[in-house]
Design a protein around this ligand. Structure first.
Ligand SMILES: Cc1cc2nc3c(=O)[nH]c(=O)nc-3n(C[C@H](O)[C@H](O)[C@H](O)COP(=O)(O)OP(=O)(O)OC[C@H]3O[C@@H](n4cnc5c(N)ncnc54)[C@H](O)[C@@H]3O)c2cc1C
Length: 318
């Protein structure tokens, strides 16, 4: 069976950084990524990235290209299209699947850099909408959504920011939230509530998304008759005609693989110490898999990659 000293799961900024540092420190290391390209969430960033020192890019794809170029130039060992299916922490082995073939890889230390994913509604029609590519960015898709009726689902900063951005472009913007309490910052909430172009529907859940070639409507279930400072009774809406749906429910760490094998916090994040060791001394976690969303970033992910590689270099006596 193949053995490596350090096995990294995940090829986003955290995993890429850890692999570069391992290479630099002379550690025998392999990175596995389930997608066909390295980069992780960088593929979802459509805004300009202005907060990574020394590299200001017009979007995430440009940063992905730069990071991967550096990674490849460093001759880091990696495999794409390779999904880790199972971790056996007792035998320190992972089971991976690459193009329908399964194999096992043995590690001395494991780094989880599996990142996070957008939370989904889990309603009929949602996955079909995503598969059709109807995934919009409020900042980048203003022109595409010009004159359209748009529903934004969520009650946090990103939902409110999206509603604000689109209110000057779209014909109508509905902000739909399942409770009456918002997680968004107070100033965002006030700005939206007082914006006559945005209809806020609280205590309302989306139960289905309809449309064959593109979204045409959504089904709503209202818990009560309440409406927020609007002349709008959400109980009347069971089916709402919309042209686009933006789901802004926040993110969840990708930790299914490791559930029950290392300690996780209530919010699902892997619990680590200051050198990113988990409750298992041979398993480390970095990036969004262990960082609260408020503090997650490309630079902190890259920094954590450096910390863990330096720590493992001393553990391996290199
Ligand atoms: C819309 C948006 C805008 C953002 N803007 C900024 C910004 O301007 N500045 C900033 O600093 N940050 C920004 N971020 C946050 C930043 O992108 C993340 O904090 C960062 O990408 C986290 O890196 P990561 O490596 O931990 O995880 P990810 O980037 O999520 O990468 C994790 C990787 O692990 C892989 N993986 C998961 N499970 C497995 C498995 N079982 N087997 C193999 N591979 C697996 C995934 O496919 C993925 O490629 C933004 C994020 C989003 C979504």
């Amino acid at each position: 069976m193949r053995h490596v000293d350090v096995l990294i799961i995940g090829g986003g900024p955290a995993g890429i950084s850890a692999a570069i540092w391992c290479k630099r420190l002379g550690i025998d290391c392999l990175l596995l990524e389930e997608q066909s390209q390295l980069g992780g969430q960088l593929f979802n960033i459509f805004n300009e990235i202005i907060d990574y020192p020394g590299m200001r890019t017009k979007n995430g794809i440009e940063m992905q290209r730069e990071m991967v170029k550096h990674f490849v130039e460093m001759d880091c060992l990696y495999e794409v299209n390779t999904k880790v299916l199972f971790i056996d922490e007792r035998s320190k082995t992972v089971k991976v699947k690459k193009q329908a073939k399964e194999q096992e890889i043995c590690y001395t230390y494991l780094i989880l850099a599996t990142g996070s994913s957008q939370r989904k509604l889990g309603v009929p029609g949602e996955q079909q909408m995503i598969d059709r590519g109807e995934v919009y960015s409020a900042s980048a898709d203003g022109e595409r959504l010009k004159g359209k009726t748009v529903a934004i689902i969520g009650g946090g900063d990103r939902a409110f920011e999206g509603a604000h951005l689109l209110s000057s472009k779209a014909r109508e913007v509905y902000l739909i939230h399942r409770s009456t309490r918002f997680k968004a910052r107070e100033q965002y909430v006030e700005r939206i509530i007082s914006n006559p172009c945005i209809k806020v529907m609280t205590d309302t859940e989306v139960t289905a998304i309809h449309g064959d070639r593109h979204v045409t409507s959504i089904d709503l279930e209202s818990k009560n008759k309440e409406y927020k400072n609007k002349e709008y009774k959400n109980k009347e809406y069971k089916n709402l005609l919309v042209d686009a749906v933006l789901i802004r429910l926040g993110v969840a760490p990708n930790v299914d693989l490791i559930k029950g094998k290392v300690a996780t916090a209530q919010n699902g994040l892997i619990v680590t110490d200051d050198v990113h060791q988990s409750s298992n001394p041979f398993i480390y976690a970095i990036g969004d898999s262990c960082t609260t969303p408020l503090f997650s970033s490309i630079s902190s992910s890259a920094g954590q990659g450096a910390i863990v590689a330096k720590q493992l270099s001393s553990m391996l006596n290199i």
